[in-house]
Design a protein around this ligand. Structure first.
Ligand SMILES: Nc1nc2c(ncn2[C@@H]2O[C@H](COP(=O)(O)OP(=O)(O)OP(=O)(O)O)[C@@H](O)[C@H]2O)c(=O)[nH]1
Length: 232
């Protein structure tokens, strides 16, 4: 079972990285920034690299997280990068290559941000497939119901079209929804990370999905499918 905790940070911890340099800073895109993010201690796995994507003003920077989570009882580093204004500065494609988990955010009060989210999902599938990556779609500002321009159903349909989980939240009202969405993203990213680490080695005797399942659930040898016989 996967257990995890995601702790909203007390301060702005979404990082910005405006070029493909290796240093991660807590600075904004405009400044050069020093590397003030907590260094990853000797963790077993690579940190999960999360890119937060969304049109300006959707509330991305209200989503703050510490840079470490516990998944499966193990501490896992997380690097979070706000796409910020990097679409304009041209770093977006570097960032897409950098990330392995993507939080695509729109505002339910702004139709154009929803279209932008659709664009990000499309770009992601063009840039990242057939590689491993994971995405969660997040509709923010659900607290401003009277100004809603995007139905919940629209968000749901979009998520189905791109095969990703979908949440509607209010980052301003409560951190819980955002934390839940983030946790979903990290769990999936961690599973993909483990999958990628598996050695690709063909072992004789285990050569089909059903055989592997049979081994796991102990059916091999106990259940023999009888083929219908036409002989009389
Ligand atoms: N009502 C409401 N306002 C929110 C919510 N989340 C963020 N905001 C507000 O929306 C405005 C924009 O939020 P930001 O976090 O600056 O948005 P951003 O996506 O980081 O914008 P850029 O930095 O321009 O990319 C701020 O005034 C936030 O306080 C929310 O859930 N509900």
């Amino acid at each position: 079972m996967v257990t995890g905790t995601v702790t909203p940070g007390p301060a702005m911890l979404i990082t910005s990285r405006c070029s493909s340099q290796s240093s991660i800073s807590t600075s904004s895109c405009a400044s050069s920034g020093t590397n003030t993010a907590p260094r990853q201690t000797a963790a077993a796995a690579e940190p999960i690299k999360v890119l937060v994507l969304g049109a300006p003003g959707v509330g991305k920077s209200d989503m703050r997280y510490t840079h470490s989570v516990t998944l499966d009882g193990a501490r896992t580093g997380v690097e979070i990068l706000d796409s910020c204004r990097c679409i304009a500065t041209g770093c977006l494609f570097d960032h897409l290559r950098w990330g392995d988990a993507f939080l695509v955010v729109y505002s339910v009060c702004e139709r154009s941000s929803f279209q932008a989210a659709r664009g990000f999902l499309e770009t992601l599938s063009q840039e990242k497939l057939p590689g491993y990556f994971t995405t969660v779609l997040l509709g923010n500002k659900r607290d401003i119901e009277h100004a809603r321009q995007v139905d919940t159903e629209d968000g749901h349909e979009l998520s189905l079209a791109y095969g990703c989980p979908f949440y509607e939240v209010s980052a301003a009202e409560s951190a819980t929804g955002v934390a839940l969405a983030f946790h979903t993203l990290l769990k999936e990213a961690r599973s993909l990370q483990l999958l990628k680490m598996l050695p690709i080695r063909r072992r004789s005797g285990v050569n089909s999905v059903s055989k592997v399942l049979g081994n796991i659930f102990g059916k091999n040898g106990k259940y023999k499918k009888k083929r219908p016989s036409l002989s009389i």
